[in-house]
Design a protein around this ligand. Structure first.
Ligand SMILES: [Zn+2]
Length: 377
């Protein structure tokens, strides 16, 4: 962990602030800026824990903070800070230590070599797959998934219900596979933690210059090479290409570029292969665009899909959309439904411009926790 002091900035300052806030030492915003309020909180923490009171967060102070970051005491997943890949992995490792029955695997690697994690909850025969953050600037849903995993594990370990759902029963009857971050390179670009000295970053800057109306990096949805991963799947890919080319997305772009062929990108190909290796009864794909749920694809109407979709709508308060999504082709869900003819849903969380502020987390989580439970029943 880097040494932090007055004037430091960035994701580790956010982690520090979030942790001190959880412990009741910090009362300011989690903004990643180490100012006087943060320093006062560090003073208080150091005094309380018998450390040298210098306001500098070095190895000894981090060591005392770690049990709280890793949830040996209290909860693990922070829901008030930016959430790049490295925090996700740190949280996954901590969850794994705290809940040994939780299984974490990797189904592939990103362009920049980040391992793509999935989590397996339960060991029943009813297998479902939930995925989030195929679009980089929708990373808030990764936090939703991680918090859900933590709450589910906590309920299971303590033999408690979760929102009235019998978690033990779900665990025995079902297996929930969750891929919380399909596009980690893109997330690290959007959240500003990517190293600006690597060629991939400079390439991304070049790509964005061709699309000056899309804010950079906040408007970035694609993977680091400028391919929209949710336009990569073999479901009317040529049609997706025609539509997006007509809209002007003819070369790598922050969003909406289909790529030079289907499944050219490792993140998309890995999700595709992972799906083929399993036999999912149902899938949920998470996006952030206005509190609605889509269930149709073209003229496919998988059996029970509408009824289950209505249940999701009922427990979330989101609107179930009966129309076919206009100009939607080549998405992961599109492919799943056309290939398997089983229920597949796009859940669009939150309201406003992406990336949604983390302050929407609690609302989004409350709206969606029952969908995530119900999907496995
Ligand atoms: Zn999206």
């Amino acid at each position: 962990m880097p040494t932090l002091r007055f004037g430091s900035r960035g994701i580790y300052v956010e982690l520090l602030q979030s942790t001190l806030k959880k412990l009741g030492f910090y009362f300011g915003e989690v903004d990643g800026i180490f100012g006087s309020q943060t320093r006062d909180a560090v003073y208080r923490f150091q005094r309380e824990f018998g450390l040298v009171v210098d306001g500098i967060v070095g190895p000894r102070t981090w060591e005392k903070l770690m049990p709280y970051i890793n949830g040996i005491v209290g909860s693990i997943v922070p829901t008030d800070m930016t959430y790049p890949y490295r925090i996700l992995i740190m949280n996954l490792e901590a969850l794994q230590r705290k809940y040994p029955f939780l299984e974490t695997f990797y189904y592939g690697e990103s362009v920049l070599g980040k391992r793509l994690p999935y989590i397996k909850l339960g060991n029943g025969s009813n297998t479902v797959f939930y995925s989030a953050t195929i679009h980089a600037n929708e990373w808030i849903n990764s936090v939703v998934f991680m918090k859900f995993i933590e709450d589910f594990c906590d309920a299971y370990a303590n033999n408690r219900n979760l929102r009235g759902y019998n978690v033990r029963e779900i665990f025995e009857n079902s297996t929930i596979y969750l891929a919380p971050m399909l596009n980690p390179d893109g997330v690290d670009l959007v959240t500003g933690v990517i190293s600006q000295s690597i060629p991939a970053y400079r390439d991304a800057v070049e790509i964005s210059r061709n699309y000056p109306r899309i804010p950079f990096p906040g408007g970035w949805k694609a993977n680091i090479r400028g391919v929209d991963l949710n336009l990569q799947f073999p479901a009317e890919w040529e049609e997706a290409r025609r539509v997006k080319f007509a809209q002007g997305f003819t070369i790598p772009a922050p969003r909406d570029f289909v790529g030079f062929g289907p499944l050219t990108e490792p993140e998309a190909l890995s999700a595709y292969n992972f799906t083929l290796e399993n036999n999912f009864r149902l899938i949920l794909t998470y996006h952030t665009q206005g509190e609605v749920i889509f269930w149709r694809y073209l003229n496919y109407e998988p059996e029970e899909a509408e009824r289950i979709g209505q249940q999701f709508a009922n427990v979330s308060g989101y609107q179930l959309i009966n129309e076919v999504e206009t100009n939607s082709y080549a998405g992961y869900r599109d492919w799943f439904i056309s290939a398997y003819r089983r229920p597949g849903y796009t859940v669009e969380t939150g309201l406003g411009v992406n990336p949604l502020p983390i302050s929407q987390f609690n609302t989004i989580y409350e709206d969606n926790i029952e969908i995530l439970l119900l999907g496995a029943m």
